[in-house]
Write a protein that binds this ligand. Structure first.
Ligand code: S3P
Length: 437
């Protein structure tokens, strides 16, 4: 059993937060921008794209399919010249990126050639049938080599329309089906148990496609008579809310100062962590709210806060699935017992995040336990100290790096390079905003 909550004493370490910072481009939206642009017969300029390893995996895969994607460099636009995809000569290497693999599978379902996809060791243990099953129902032919996992081959074809009731709330499943509908020119409907992030449908709407969103259902009827021959257009990518979450957490755990996080995506299907943090007593305000290519964006102002425990319900999980590691770290500093309900999905992320969050929190002296599908964390003011196994999982690395800052660097990470999967320059940014007295 996890011990009872303890009364929190004054924080031990003095770490001031300061300045303003802009998180890197949103990983999910960057993927969708590349995929949709690649399916056109136009030249698309993508501003603010994420230049991290995962987005580069998507660009590499598209180049293997014959699409012209300009080099991805920080601070520079990427130009995608869409064209008819051709059968790749080699296996598509999706690297560490589940989003690349699953979105590419969807788009490939609309193409009449066979493609083999694989990825790194982490990606090769992640489930793919959740995506291939509906694509097969639509008419794609899938040849498995390793059961539910990569590598596998897909031959797209004459797709038929589908109304798919997804058993998992997954934006990757939903987006794969929407991209299959777009690439294969068939209407599709996806119904989810709980609404997942809606970037694909927002991008479709922004481009004027016939798409209707209703509670947990999205209906895509077509991209218009001229598709894929559209005029050249520009897409702008907001800062990644999930990357911003680490900066928010660092600022909340500081003992003084204030942080301004600029140009952050605040799509309500992604800001579950901000709602949970507000409940916990976090001082986070939004300013300058605006819309960029159909996505809500704001500047966040974060001040150090004393947090209280909360219960995070099963229905809230899809809206904060990538933020559970960092929220769990914050929960270990909050007063009382925090419960994350039904977080079994974390077992099939880049690592078995559920087991590793609990294991690593215990390794640094915090109190955490997996109880069935729930994660229970009991807060205390005990300084974090110990070794963390990141399993090369970027979100574990960054969550515990933030914990390390609050613990005056008494946390040793097994590696730190994995942060670059979604946030190149993360450690420089963290050093820039945090000052130790
Ligand atoms: C993503 C959806 C989520 C998330 C992942 C990115 C996306 O995965 O964890 O980091 O871009 O669609 P699931 O769709 O598997 O929940």
């Amino acid at each position: 059993m996890v011990g009872a909550g303890t009364q929190l004493a004054k924080q031990v370490y003095v770490v001031r937060v300061q300045g303003r910072i802009r998180p890197p481009g949103d990983k999910s939206i960057s993927h969708r921008a590349l995929m949709v642009a690649a399916l056109t017969r136009a030249t698309i300029e993508v501003k603010g794209i994420l230049t991290a390893a995962d987005a580069k995996s998507a660009a590499r895969v598209l180049r293997q399919l014959g699409v012209d994607v300009s080099p991805m460099q920080r601070g520079r636009s990427v130009y995608v010249r869409g064209r008819a995809w051709r059968r790749p000569v080699a296996t598509l290497d999706c690297g560490n990126s589940g989003t690349t693999a699953r979105l590419a599978l969807g788009a490939l379902a609309g193409h009449r050639f066979e493609t083999r996809l694989s990825g790194d060791a982490s990606l090769r243990r992640r489930p793919m049938r959740r995506v291939t099953r509906p694509l097969v129902d639509m008419g794609a032919v899938v040849t498995e080599e390793a059961g539910d996992c990569l590598p596998l081959s897909i031959r797209g074809g004459n797709l038929s329309s589908i109304r798919y009731q997804s058993p998992v709330p997954s934006a990757q499943v939903k987006s794969a089906i929407l991209l299959a509908g777009l690439a294969g020119n068939v209407p599709v409907t996806v119904v989810e148990p709980v609404r997942s992030r809606d970037h694909t449908e927002r991008m479709f709407q922004f481009l004027g496609f016939d798409v209707q969103k209703d509670e947990n259902e999205v209906i895509f009827r077509g991209a218009g008579a001229d598709w894929p021959r559209v005029d050249d257009f520009v897409l702008e990518i907001p800062g990644d809310a999930s990357s911003a979450a680490f900066l928010v957490a660092a600022a909340l755990m500081a003992t003084g100062g204030e942080l301004l996080i600029e140009y952050t995506g605040v799509n309500p299907t992604r800001t579950g962590f901000l709602e949970v943090l507000a409940r916990m007593g976090a001082l986070v305000t939004r300013e300058n709210e605006r819309r960029v290519c159909g996505e809500p964006v704001a500047d966040l102002i974060v001040r150090p806060s004393n947090l209280n425990a909360t219960e995070v319900g099963a229905d809230e999980i899809p809206g904060l699935i990538d933020e559970v590691p960092v929220l769990a770290v914050l929960a270990a500093r909050a007063e009382g017992e925090t419960i994350f309900r039904s977080v079994g999905e974390l077992r099939v992320k880049e690592s078995d995040r559920l087991t590793l969050i609990a294991q690593n929190l215990r390794a640094v002296g915090a109190s955490a336990e997996v109880q069935g599908e729930d994660l229970v964390v009991v807060g205390s003011d005990r300084p974090f100290c110990g070794k963390v196994e990141t399993a090369r999982d970027h979100r574990l690395t960054m969550a515990f790096a933030v914990a390390g800052f609050a613990a005056a660097r008494n946390i040793e990470l097994s590696e730190s390079n994995s942060a670059a999967i979604s946030y190149p320059g993360f450690f420089q940014d963290l050093h820039r905003i945090m000052l130790r007295d």
